[in-house]
Design a protein around this ligand. Sequence first.
Ligand code: GN1
Ligand code: MG
Length: 356
Amino acid sequence: MIEEQLKYIFNQFDHKGEYKSFKELASGHINDTYLIKTVRKPYFVLQRINHGVFKDVPGLIENKVAVSCHIQKKLENKSKKKQERGVLAFARTKGGSAYYRGHEGNYWNLMYFIDKSVTHETVKSGDIAYEGGKLMGKFLMLTKDFDVNKLIEVIPKFHDMSFRYTQFEEAVTKASKERLEASKEYIKIINDSRQEMHILQSLKESGAIRTRVTHNDTKISNVLFNKNNKGICVIDTDTVMPGIIHYDFGDAIRTICNTAAEDETNLELVEFNVDFYKAYTKGFLKHMKSSISPLELKYLPLGAKTMIFIMALRFLTDYLNGDIYYKTKYPDHNLDRTKNQFKLLQSLSNQLSKIE
Ligand code: GN1
Ligand code: MG
């Protein structure tokens, strides 16, 4: 059934691929993503965009296609291979649209699969951290001259701390007794952190830190590497929108420097790896150095803290709400993600002097 559907949708797009088989790529928490294998390469990635989470899917797709085109232009003088592998390319439907809308109301988009690439859920070497940083920094540099006002806010207030606190407070008032009880310790940490966790937002709102085109979901599994662990391409550009570099820096650090996966339940395995922080930062600044202000630089460590915190806050909010946002595999999955992120934050805080 699903196969028939995927094949049908795949064939609504304009390409030369002949459908062979599909495989679900299940690492995301929001969309449904499938690798479409064809008789002859290239393969494709077909994605159903979750329109419960993303309220303006056509706007989202316009954002990411525009950003891809912008980067494609920048790569025009590079080798064909670099052009094909350095940026996501989207297929259009036979009618010329960048997405297909099914009868059930679902939105689909199709990308060319970047072959011979791997992703990492956790990082095992400083080289990968460095390469990840280089690629993220490059993404910000390549989009630096893209007019940020042309992008819609795909999810309004996505990394806005006040907004996330408000959602959290509402969730606390509605949560079940059991879930409130299980969250007690973390609710206290959240209430005690309010001031520090608003610093970056204030700097953004006052204009002291400027708003740029940012990716906003820079977890390391959103970076493709080749088999020699060189960074190839940043993927999952659904949340490309206006933001500050601390969002991208911090979210990457959140996943790169975690010695375990973001939902590892054995918290003894969860530590903040300072060497990877150094390696990532070195890579990140390689391209960014000339375009980063002293204030932006000064607040990078707080960017890391803030992004780990905001994810913990969002996971806990979803847990208190009864798991309505993120995909979960078992009842306490969101609580386990919360505990994991707070453990990581604690480990970072213990080593903050080394980082600063
Ligand atoms: C979600 O679906 P995925 O894995 O690309 C979330 C991110 C979180 C991430 C945590 C739109 O991303 O903000 O950092 O889970 N995306 C959205 O793993 O909420
Ligand atoms: Mg994403």
